[in-house]
Design a protein around this ligand. Structure first.
Ligand code: GDP
Ligand code: GDP
Length: 455
Protein backbone atom coordinates (compact mmCIF):
# COMPACT_ATOMS: atom_id res chain seq x y z
CA UNK A 1 0.00 0.00 0.00
CA UNK A 2 2.99 2.29 0.55
CA UNK A 3 3.95 1.90 -3.05
CA UNK A 4 0.38 2.47 -4.08
CA UNK A 5 0.27 5.74 -2.17
CA UNK A 6 3.49 6.77 -3.86
CA UNK A 7 1.95 6.00 -7.21
CA UNK A 8 -1.13 8.03 -6.47
CA UNK A 9 1.20 10.91 -5.72
CA UNK A 10 3.03 10.37 -8.96
CA UNK A 11 -0.02 10.32 -11.11
CA UNK A 12 -2.32 12.39 -8.97
CA UNK A 13 -5.83 13.06 -10.09
CA UNK A 14 -4.75 15.64 -12.52
CA UNK A 15 -7.12 16.59 -15.22
CA UNK A 16 -10.28 15.63 -13.43
CA UNK A 17 -11.37 19.04 -12.34
CA UNK A 18 -10.82 22.60 -13.38
CA UNK A 19 -10.47 23.74 -16.95
CA UNK A 20 -9.48 21.19 -19.54
CA UNK A 21 -6.12 22.33 -20.80
CA UNK A 22 -5.54 21.22 -24.33
CA UNK A 23 -2.11 21.10 -25.90
CA UNK A 24 -1.30 24.12 -28.05
CA UNK A 25 -2.08 23.64 -31.72
CA UNK A 26 0.30 24.19 -34.61
CA UNK A 27 -1.12 24.24 -38.13
CA UNK A 28 1.11 23.42 -41.09
CA UNK A 29 -0.10 25.06 -44.25
CA UNK A 30 1.13 25.79 -47.74
CA UNK A 31 0.61 24.78 -51.36
CA UNK A 32 0.66 21.16 -52.51
CA UNK A 33 4.15 19.71 -52.96
CA UNK A 34 6.02 22.23 -50.85
CA UNK A 35 6.78 19.39 -48.43
CA UNK A 36 4.18 19.73 -45.66
CA UNK A 37 3.65 16.01 -45.22
CA UNK A 38 7.38 15.36 -45.27
CA UNK A 39 7.80 17.99 -42.57
CA UNK A 40 5.01 16.49 -40.50
CA UNK A 41 6.70 13.10 -40.71
CA UNK A 42 10.00 14.63 -39.76
CA UNK A 43 8.45 16.34 -36.73
CA UNK A 44 6.59 13.23 -35.64
CA UNK A 45 9.75 11.23 -36.17
CA UNK A 46 8.12 8.38 -37.95
CA UNK A 47 7.75 7.33 -41.52
CA UNK A 48 4.46 5.58 -41.56
CA UNK A 49 2.37 8.52 -40.59
CA UNK A 50 1.57 10.72 -43.43
CA UNK A 51 3.28 10.55 -46.78
CA UNK A 52 1.13 8.24 -48.79
CA UNK A 53 1.84 8.60 -52.44
CA UNK A 54 -1.16 6.50 -53.32
CA UNK A 55 -3.64 8.59 -55.23
CA UNK A 56 -7.21 8.32 -54.11
CA UNK A 57 -6.37 7.18 -50.60
CA UNK A 58 -8.79 8.72 -48.20
CA UNK A 59 -7.19 9.99 -45.08
CA UNK A 60 -8.97 10.60 -41.87
CA UNK A 61 -6.29 11.82 -39.60
CA UNK A 62 -5.60 15.51 -39.56
CA UNK A 63 -4.35 16.12 -36.06
CA UNK A 64 -1.31 14.46 -34.54
CA UNK A 65 0.28 14.61 -31.12
CA UNK A 66 3.85 15.82 -31.29
CA UNK A 67 6.57 16.47 -28.75
CA UNK A 68 9.75 18.50 -28.74
CA UNK A 69 12.05 19.15 -25.79
CA UNK A 70 9.51 17.75 -23.39
CA UNK A 71 6.70 19.98 -24.67
CA UNK A 72 3.61 18.51 -26.22
CA UNK A 73 1.69 20.11 -29.00
CA UNK A 74 -0.88 19.13 -31.58
CA UNK A 75 -0.06 19.27 -35.26
CA UNK A 76 -2.74 20.00 -37.80
CA UNK A 77 -1.61 18.71 -41.16
CA UNK A 78 -3.28 20.06 -44.27
CA UNK A 79 -0.99 18.16 -46.62
CA UNK A 80 -1.95 15.30 -48.84
CA UNK A 81 -5.57 16.23 -49.27
CA UNK A 82 -7.05 16.36 -52.73
CA UNK A 83 -3.89 17.06 -54.65
CA UNK A 84 -5.48 16.43 -57.98
CA UNK A 85 -8.40 18.74 -57.46
CA UNK A 86 -9.29 21.58 -59.70
CA UNK A 87 -9.55 25.08 -58.32
CA UNK A 88 -6.45 24.51 -56.30
CA UNK A 89 -6.09 28.13 -55.21
CA UNK A 90 -9.43 28.21 -53.51
CA UNK A 91 -8.94 24.84 -51.95
CA UNK A 92 -5.55 25.52 -50.45
CA UNK A 93 -6.79 28.79 -49.02
CA UNK A 94 -9.93 27.18 -47.66
CA UNK A 95 -8.17 24.30 -45.95
CA UNK A 96 -5.59 26.65 -44.58
CA UNK A 97 -8.28 28.89 -43.18
CA UNK A 98 -10.00 26.02 -41.37
CA UNK A 99 -6.73 24.85 -39.90
CA UNK A 100 -5.67 28.33 -38.86
CA UNK A 101 -8.98 28.86 -37.11
CA UNK A 102 -8.09 26.08 -34.67
CA UNK A 103 -4.41 26.91 -34.33
CA UNK A 104 -2.36 28.83 -31.81
CA UNK A 105 0.46 29.30 -34.32
CA UNK A 106 1.04 28.54 -37.98
CA UNK A 107 3.92 27.10 -39.97
CA UNK A 108 3.62 28.56 -43.43
CA UNK A 109 5.68 26.34 -45.72
CA UNK A 110 7.07 27.64 -48.99
CA UNK A 111 9.25 25.79 -51.48
CA UNK A 112 12.36 27.97 -51.38
CA UNK A 113 13.39 27.16 -54.92
CA UNK A 114 10.01 28.21 -56.26
CA UNK A 115 9.34 31.11 -53.92
CA UNK A 116 5.92 32.52 -53.18
CA UNK A 117 3.30 32.02 -55.87
CA UNK A 118 -0.09 33.44 -56.65
CA UNK A 119 -1.71 30.75 -54.52
CA UNK A 120 0.41 31.84 -51.59
CA UNK A 121 -0.85 35.43 -51.91
CA UNK A 122 -4.38 34.54 -50.86
CA UNK A 123 -3.10 32.45 -47.99
CA UNK A 124 -0.86 35.28 -46.84
CA UNK A 125 -3.72 37.73 -46.76
CA UNK A 126 -5.76 35.33 -44.66
CA UNK A 127 -2.82 34.77 -42.33
CA UNK A 128 -2.36 38.47 -41.71
CA UNK A 129 -6.05 38.85 -40.98
CA UNK A 130 -6.01 35.92 -38.55
CA UNK A 131 -3.43 37.69 -36.38
CA UNK A 132 -2.01 34.30 -35.41
CA UNK A 133 1.75 34.02 -35.02
CA UNK A 134 3.22 32.79 -38.30
CA UNK A 135 6.56 31.07 -38.72
CA UNK A 136 7.73 31.11 -42.29
CA UNK A 137 9.43 27.92 -43.42
CA UNK A 138 11.62 27.89 -46.51
CA UNK A 139 11.65 24.19 -47.31
CA UNK A 140 13.88 22.13 -49.59
CA UNK A 141 16.99 23.96 -48.51
CA UNK A 142 18.99 20.75 -48.66
CA UNK A 143 22.42 22.38 -48.41
CA UNK A 144 24.12 25.62 -47.60
CA UNK A 145 24.24 26.78 -51.22
CA UNK A 146 20.45 26.91 -51.31
CA UNK A 147 20.13 29.16 -48.30
CA UNK A 148 20.38 32.22 -50.49
CA UNK A 149 17.01 31.33 -52.01
CA UNK A 150 15.34 31.38 -48.65
CA UNK A 151 16.61 34.86 -47.86
CA UNK A 152 14.43 36.16 -50.68
CA UNK A 153 11.40 35.19 -48.61
CA UNK A 154 12.06 37.94 -46.08
CA UNK A 155 10.07 40.06 -48.48
CA UNK A 156 6.82 38.26 -47.59
CA UNK A 157 6.62 40.19 -44.37
CA UNK A 158 6.49 37.28 -41.93
CA UNK A 159 9.95 37.96 -40.57
CA UNK A 160 12.89 35.67 -40.78
CA UNK A 161 12.36 32.59 -42.92
CA UNK A 162 13.55 29.33 -41.40
CA UNK A 163 15.51 27.42 -44.01
CA UNK A 164 14.94 23.69 -43.57
CA UNK A 165 15.17 20.45 -45.42
CA UNK A 166 12.19 18.43 -44.33
CA UNK A 167 13.57 15.55 -46.34
CA UNK A 168 16.99 15.43 -44.67
CA UNK A 169 16.18 17.08 -41.37
CA UNK A 170 18.46 20.04 -41.87
CA UNK A 171 17.39 23.06 -39.78
CA UNK A 172 14.35 21.29 -38.35
CA UNK A 173 15.66 21.35 -34.77
CA UNK A 174 16.07 25.13 -34.86
CA UNK A 175 12.63 25.44 -36.35
CA UNK A 176 11.13 23.36 -33.57
CA UNK A 177 12.88 25.43 -30.91
CA UNK A 178 11.21 28.45 -32.46
CA UNK A 179 7.85 26.63 -32.53
CA UNK A 180 8.05 25.82 -28.83
CA UNK A 181 9.00 29.45 -28.10
CA UNK A 182 6.04 30.69 -30.08
CA UNK A 183 3.33 28.37 -28.84
CA UNK A 184 1.52 29.15 -25.60
CA UNK A 185 1.70 26.52 -22.88
CA UNK A 186 -1.90 25.47 -23.49
CA UNK A 187 -4.19 26.09 -26.39
CA UNK A 188 -5.76 29.50 -26.19
CA UNK A 189 -8.22 28.67 -28.93
CA UNK A 190 -10.29 26.16 -27.07
CA UNK A 191 -10.38 25.89 -23.37
CA UNK A 192 -13.16 23.92 -21.88
CA UNK A 193 -14.37 24.23 -18.35
CA UNK A 194 -14.90 20.71 -17.16
CA UNK A 195 -15.62 21.38 -13.53
CA UNK A 196 -19.35 20.86 -13.53
CA UNK A 197 -21.35 22.15 -16.46
CA UNK A 198 -23.14 20.03 -19.02
CA UNK A 199 -21.37 16.94 -20.23
CA UNK A 200 -19.84 17.22 -23.65
CA UNK A 201 -20.80 14.98 -26.55
CA UNK A 202 -19.09 14.65 -29.91
CA UNK A 203 -21.60 13.41 -32.46
CA UNK A 204 -19.48 11.96 -35.25
CA UNK A 205 -19.82 9.76 -38.30
CA UNK A 206 -19.21 9.80 -42.01
CA UNK A 207 -21.24 12.10 -44.26
CA UNK A 208 -24.92 11.14 -44.65
CA UNK A 209 -25.24 8.84 -41.66
CA UNK A 210 -27.73 11.31 -40.25
CA UNK A 211 -25.82 13.53 -37.85
CA UNK A 212 -27.64 16.74 -38.62
CA UNK A 213 -30.99 14.91 -38.76
CA UNK A 214 -30.36 13.47 -35.32
CA UNK A 215 -29.26 16.81 -33.98
CA UNK A 216 -32.43 18.40 -35.29
CA UNK A 217 -34.58 15.67 -33.84
CA UNK A 218 -32.94 15.93 -30.46
CA UNK A 219 -33.12 19.69 -30.46
CA UNK A 220 -36.82 19.35 -31.20
CA UNK A 221 -36.76 21.18 -34.47
CA UNK A 222 -36.83 20.09 -38.05
CA UNK A 223 -35.22 23.27 -39.19
CA UNK A 224 -31.52 23.76 -39.31
CA UNK A 225 -30.74 26.42 -36.78
CA UNK A 226 -29.99 29.73 -38.41
CA UNK A 227 -26.87 31.46 -37.35
CA UNK A 228 -28.14 33.87 -34.79
CA UNK A 229 -24.69 35.37 -34.65
CA UNK A 230 -24.76 36.47 -38.25
CA UNK A 231 -22.04 38.93 -39.00
CA UNK A 232 -19.57 37.43 -36.58
CA UNK A 233 -16.67 35.54 -38.01
CA UNK A 234 -16.73 32.68 -35.56
CA UNK A 235 -19.37 30.02 -35.54
CA UNK A 236 -21.36 29.31 -32.44
CA UNK A 237 -19.59 25.98 -32.35
CA UNK A 238 -21.42 24.15 -29.57
CA UNK A 239 -25.10 23.52 -29.03
CA UNK A 240 -26.85 22.94 -25.74
CA UNK A 241 -29.64 20.42 -25.91
CA UNK A 242 -32.03 19.26 -23.22
CA UNK A 243 -32.25 15.46 -23.02
CA UNK A 244 -33.78 13.44 -20.22
CA UNK A 245 -34.23 16.53 -18.05
CA UNK A 246 -30.61 17.49 -18.29
CA UNK A 247 -28.63 19.78 -20.51
CA UNK A 248 -25.95 18.28 -22.70
CA UNK A 249 -23.34 20.10 -24.68
CA UNK A 250 -22.95 18.88 -28.25
CA UNK A 251 -19.53 20.14 -29.23
CA UNK A 252 -18.66 21.47 -32.63
CA UNK A 253 -22.10 21.14 -34.11
CA UNK A 254 -21.26 24.07 -36.35
CA UNK A 255 -19.15 21.56 -38.24
CA UNK A 256 -22.19 19.36 -38.77
CA UNK A 257 -24.50 22.22 -39.63
CA UNK A 258 -22.12 23.93 -41.95
CA UNK A 259 -21.18 20.89 -43.94
CA UNK A 260 -23.76 21.56 -46.61
CA UNK A 261 -21.97 24.72 -47.65
CA UNK A 262 -18.60 23.08 -47.79
CA UNK A 263 -18.62 21.39 -51.15
CA UNK A 264 -14.90 21.96 -51.49
CA UNK A 265 -12.45 20.39 -49.12
CA UNK A 266 -15.30 18.49 -47.52
CA UNK A 267 -13.25 15.45 -46.50
CA UNK A 268 -10.53 17.46 -44.92
CA UNK A 269 -13.08 19.58 -43.15
CA UNK A 270 -15.00 16.58 -41.85
CA UNK A 271 -11.86 14.95 -40.48
CA UNK A 272 -10.64 18.13 -38.89
CA UNK A 273 -13.97 18.60 -37.18
CA UNK A 274 -14.18 14.99 -36.07
CA UNK A 275 -10.84 15.16 -34.35
CA UNK A 276 -11.35 18.62 -32.92
CA UNK A 277 -14.73 17.56 -31.52
CA UNK A 278 -13.23 14.44 -29.95
CA UNK A 279 -10.53 16.53 -28.30
CA UNK A 280 -13.15 18.64 -26.58
CA UNK A 281 -15.66 15.94 -25.77
CA UNK A 282 -16.07 13.54 -22.89
CA UNK A 283 -18.16 11.04 -24.79
CA UNK A 284 -18.38 10.24 -28.49
CA UNK A 285 -21.53 9.07 -30.20
CA UNK A 286 -20.41 7.34 -33.36
CA UNK A 287 -23.32 7.27 -35.75
CA UNK A 288 -23.56 4.40 -38.24
CA UNK A 289 -26.26 3.94 -40.86
CA UNK A 290 -27.79 0.48 -41.07
CA UNK A 291 -29.12 0.82 -44.60
CA UNK A 292 -25.63 0.63 -46.03
CA UNK A 293 -22.73 -1.73 -45.54
CA UNK A 294 -20.38 -0.63 -42.84
CA UNK A 295 -17.66 1.21 -44.73
CA UNK A 296 -13.96 1.60 -44.23
CA UNK A 297 -14.59 5.22 -43.40
CA UNK A 298 -17.02 4.22 -40.64
CA UNK A 299 -14.38 1.96 -39.16
CA UNK A 300 -11.69 4.63 -39.36
CA UNK A 301 -13.88 7.20 -37.65
CA UNK A 302 -14.64 4.66 -34.97
CA UNK A 303 -10.91 4.09 -34.58
CA UNK A 304 -10.32 7.81 -34.07
CA UNK A 305 -12.96 7.75 -31.34
CA UNK A 306 -11.37 4.76 -29.60
CA UNK A 307 -7.90 6.27 -29.79
CA UNK A 308 -9.16 9.55 -28.38
CA UNK A 309 -9.75 7.83 -25.05
CA UNK A 310 -13.27 9.22 -24.76
CA UNK A 311 -16.30 7.31 -23.59
CA UNK A 312 -18.10 5.73 -26.52
CA UNK A 313 -21.65 4.97 -27.60
CA UNK A 314 -22.51 3.39 -30.94
CA UNK A 315 -25.74 4.56 -32.48
CA UNK A 316 -27.18 2.60 -35.39
CA UNK A 317 -29.31 5.02 -37.36
CA UNK A 318 -31.93 4.65 -40.10
CA UNK A 319 -33.36 1.62 -38.36
CA UNK A 320 -36.64 2.38 -40.16
CA UNK A 321 -34.95 1.29 -43.40
CA UNK A 322 -33.85 -2.11 -42.13
CA UNK A 323 -35.39 -5.19 -43.71
CA UNK A 324 -34.89 -8.79 -42.67
CA UNK A 325 -32.20 -9.58 -45.18
CA UNK A 326 -30.14 -6.51 -44.42
CA UNK A 327 -30.62 -7.23 -40.75
CA UNK A 328 -28.88 -10.59 -41.02
CA UNK A 329 -25.94 -8.98 -42.78
CA UNK A 330 -25.80 -6.28 -40.18
CA UNK A 331 -25.50 -8.79 -37.39
CA UNK A 332 -22.61 -10.43 -39.17
CA UNK A 333 -20.94 -7.06 -39.77
CA UNK A 334 -21.21 -6.20 -36.12
CA UNK A 335 -19.62 -9.50 -35.17
CA UNK A 336 -16.82 -9.18 -37.67
CA UNK A 337 -16.00 -5.49 -37.85
CA UNK A 338 -17.06 -4.24 -34.45
CA UNK A 339 -15.79 -7.06 -32.26
CA UNK A 340 -13.05 -4.81 -30.88
CA UNK A 341 -15.66 -2.40 -29.51
CA UNK A 342 -18.04 -4.93 -28.08
CA UNK A 343 -17.66 -2.96 -24.85
CA UNK A 344 -19.48 0.06 -26.28
CA UNK A 345 -23.23 0.35 -25.64
CA UNK A 346 -25.27 0.14 -28.82
CA UNK A 347 -28.51 1.91 -29.49
CA UNK A 348 -30.74 1.49 -32.52
CA UNK A 349 -32.47 4.66 -33.58
CA UNK A 350 -34.17 6.50 -36.37
CA UNK A 351 -33.24 10.13 -36.59
CA UNK A 352 -35.99 10.57 -39.13
CA UNK A 353 -38.89 9.36 -37.01
CA UNK A 354 -37.36 9.93 -33.60
CA UNK A 355 -37.80 6.24 -32.77
CA UNK A 356 -35.72 5.25 -29.70
CA UNK A 357 -34.13 8.65 -29.39
CA UNK A 358 -34.78 8.39 -25.64
CA UNK A 359 -32.45 5.38 -25.51
CA UNK A 360 -29.48 7.63 -26.06
CA UNK A 361 -29.35 9.16 -22.58
CA UNK A 362 -29.14 5.88 -20.62
CA UNK A 363 -26.33 4.75 -22.91
CA UNK A 364 -24.49 8.05 -22.47
CA UNK A 365 -24.90 7.87 -18.72
CA UNK A 366 -23.58 4.35 -18.59
CA UNK A 367 -20.57 5.13 -20.77
CA UNK A 368 -19.68 8.26 -18.80
CA UNK A 369 -20.11 6.48 -15.49
CA UNK A 370 -17.57 3.87 -16.62
CA UNK A 371 -15.27 6.54 -17.97
CA UNK A 372 -15.27 8.35 -14.62
CA UNK A 373 -14.98 5.24 -12.47
CA UNK A 374 -12.20 4.54 -10.01
CA UNK A 375 -11.53 1.13 -8.61
CA UNK A 376 -10.14 1.41 -5.08
CA UNK A 377 -6.62 0.01 -4.82
CA UNK A 378 -7.64 -2.58 -2.24
CA UNK A 379 -10.40 -3.96 -4.41
CA UNK A 380 -8.23 -4.02 -7.46
CA UNK A 381 -5.51 -5.95 -5.67
CA UNK A 382 -7.98 -8.44 -4.23
CA UNK A 383 -9.13 -9.04 -7.79
CA UNK A 384 -5.55 -9.34 -9.09
CA UNK A 385 -4.60 -11.67 -6.25
CA UNK A 386 -7.41 -14.08 -7.02
CA UNK A 387 -6.84 -13.89 -10.74
CA UNK A 388 -3.13 -14.55 -10.51
CA UNK A 389 -3.63 -17.41 -8.04
CA UNK A 390 -6.09 -19.11 -10.38
CA UNK A 391 -4.24 -18.28 -13.62
CA UNK A 392 -0.55 -17.67 -13.02
CA UNK A 393 1.57 -16.28 -15.81
CA UNK A 394 3.14 -19.06 -17.86
CA UNK A 395 6.79 -19.83 -17.14
CA UNK A 396 9.10 -18.36 -19.77
CA UNK A 397 12.69 -19.54 -19.98
CA UNK A 398 12.61 -20.76 -16.42
CA UNK A 399 11.22 -17.48 -15.16
CA UNK A 400 7.73 -16.55 -14.18
CA UNK A 401 6.90 -12.87 -14.08
CA UNK A 402 4.77 -11.97 -11.09
CA UNK A 403 2.37 -9.12 -10.58
CA UNK A 404 3.33 -7.45 -7.31
CA UNK A 405 0.34 -5.17 -7.22
CA UNK A 406 -1.71 -2.85 -9.34
CA UNK A 407 -3.33 0.50 -9.07
CA UNK A 408 -5.65 2.65 -11.12
CA UNK A 409 -3.44 5.57 -12.02
CA UNK A 410 -6.19 7.72 -13.47
CA UNK A 411 -9.69 7.77 -14.80
CA UNK A 412 -11.30 9.37 -17.85
CA UNK A 413 -10.53 6.87 -19.26
CA UNK A 414 -9.49 4.35 -16.59
CA UNK A 415 -5.78 3.55 -16.74
CA UNK A 416 -4.22 0.80 -14.71
CA UNK A 417 -0.61 0.23 -13.88
CA UNK A 418 0.66 -3.21 -12.89
CA UNK A 419 3.94 -3.52 -11.04
CA UNK A 420 5.62 -6.72 -12.12
CA UNK A 421 8.84 -8.69 -11.81
CA UNK A 422 9.29 -9.15 -15.54
CA UNK A 423 7.51 -8.48 -18.79
CA UNK A 424 4.05 -9.93 -19.10
CA UNK A 425 3.14 -11.64 -22.35
CA UNK A 426 0.85 -9.52 -24.50
CA UNK A 427 -1.62 -12.38 -24.40
CA UNK A 428 -1.58 -12.43 -20.62
CA UNK A 429 -2.10 -8.67 -20.55
CA UNK A 430 -5.09 -9.01 -22.81
CA UNK A 431 -6.39 -11.71 -20.52
CA UNK A 432 -6.12 -9.39 -17.54
CA UNK A 433 -7.78 -6.58 -19.45
CA UNK A 434 -10.64 -8.86 -20.39
CA UNK A 435 -11.09 -10.02 -16.81
CA UNK A 436 -11.00 -6.43 -15.58
CA UNK A 437 -13.90 -5.67 -17.88
CA UNK A 438 -15.80 -8.79 -16.88
CA UNK A 439 -15.39 -8.02 -13.22
CA UNK A 440 -15.82 -4.27 -13.11
CA UNK A 441 -17.89 -3.62 -16.21
CA UNK A 442 -16.47 -0.51 -17.83
CA UNK A 443 -19.18 -0.59 -20.44
CA UNK A 444 -18.64 2.28 -22.82
CA UNK A 445 -15.09 3.25 -21.98
CA UNK A 446 -11.71 2.24 -23.34
CA UNK A 447 -9.36 1.07 -20.60
CA UNK A 448 -5.61 0.90 -20.60
CA UNK A 449 -3.36 -1.52 -18.76
CA UNK A 450 0.36 -0.80 -18.61
CA UNK A 451 3.26 -2.34 -16.73
CA UNK A 452 6.15 -1.17 -14.64
CA UNK A 453 8.80 -3.81 -14.48
CA UNK A 454 10.80 -3.97 -11.29
CA UNK A 455 14.24 -5.35 -12.12
P1 GDP B 1 2.89 18.39 -49.49
O1 GDP B 1 1.99 18.22 -50.66
O2 GDP B 1 3.11 19.83 -49.18
O3 GDP B 1 2.48 17.59 -48.29
O4 GDP B 1 4.34 17.87 -49.97
P2 GDP B 1 5.07 16.45 -49.72
O5 GDP B 1 5.54 16.35 -48.33
O6 GDP B 1 4.20 15.38 -50.25
O7 GDP B 1 6.36 16.64 -50.63
C1 GDP B 1 6.29 16.86 -52.02
C2 GDP B 1 7.58 16.40 -52.68
O8 GDP B 1 8.68 17.22 -52.25
C3 GDP B 1 7.96 14.98 -52.33
O9 GDP B 1 8.47 14.36 -53.47
C4 GDP B 1 9.05 15.14 -51.27
O10 GDP B 1 9.94 14.08 -51.24
C5 GDP B 1 9.72 16.43 -51.71
N1 GDP B 1 10.35 17.14 -50.59
C6 GDP B 1 9.77 17.44 -49.40
N2 GDP B 1 10.65 18.08 -48.60
C7 GDP B 1 11.82 18.18 -49.29
C8 GDP B 1 13.11 18.73 -48.99
O11 GDP B 1 13.37 19.25 -47.92
N3 GDP B 1 14.04 18.67 -49.97
C9 GDP B 1 13.80 18.09 -51.18
N4 GDP B 1 14.77 18.07 -52.06
N5 GDP B 1 12.60 17.55 -51.49
C10 GDP B 1 11.61 17.60 -50.56
P1 GDP C 1 -25.16 13.92 -42.01
O1 GDP C 1 -24.38 14.15 -43.25
O2 GDP C 1 -24.54 12.85 -41.17
O3 GDP C 1 -25.43 15.16 -41.22
O4 GDP C 1 -26.56 13.29 -42.49
P2 GDP C 1 -27.98 14.00 -42.69
O5 GDP C 1 -28.63 14.25 -41.37
O6 GDP C 1 -27.83 15.16 -43.60
O7 GDP C 1 -28.79 12.82 -43.38
C1 GDP C 1 -28.44 12.30 -44.64
C2 GDP C 1 -29.69 11.74 -45.30
O8 GDP C 1 -30.18 10.63 -44.57
C3 GDP C 1 -30.83 12.74 -45.36
O9 GDP C 1 -31.47 12.58 -46.58
C4 GDP C 1 -31.73 12.34 -44.22
O10 GDP C 1 -33.07 12.69 -44.43
C5 GDP C 1 -31.54 10.84 -44.19
N1 GDP C 1 -31.76 10.26 -42.87
C6 GDP C 1 -31.16 10.62 -41.71
N2 GDP C 1 -31.59 9.87 -40.69
C7 GDP C 1 -32.49 8.99 -41.19
C8 GDP C 1 -33.29 7.93 -40.64
O11 GDP C 1 -33.25 7.62 -39.43
N3 GDP C 1 -34.09 7.24 -41.50
C9 GDP C 1 -34.15 7.54 -42.82
N4 GDP C 1 -34.95 6.83 -43.58
N5 GDP C 1 -33.41 8.51 -43.37
C10 GDP C 1 -32.59 9.24 -42.58
Amino acid sequence: EDDAALLDGLYGDEGEEGPLQLDPVLAIIGRPNVGKSTLVNRILGRREAVVEDVPGVTRDRVMYSARWNGKNFTLVDTGGWEHDAKGIHARVAEQAEMAVELADAVLFVVDSAVGATATDEGVMKMLRKSKKPVILVANKVDDFAQEADSAALWGLGFGEPYPVSALHGRGVADLLDKVIDTLPEFSQVESVDRSGGPRRIALIGRPNVGKSSLLNKLAGSERVVVDNLAGTTRDPVDEFIELGDRTWRFVDTAGIRRRQHMAQGADFYASLRTQAALEKAEVAVVLLAVDEVLSEQDVRILQLAIESGRALVLAFNKWDLLDDERRRYLEREIEQDLAHVEWAPRVNISAKTGWHKDRLVPALDKALESWDRRIPTGRLNAFLGELVAAHPHPVRGGKQPRILFGTQASSRPPKFVLFTTGFLDPGYRRFITRRLRETFGFEGTPIEVSMRVRE
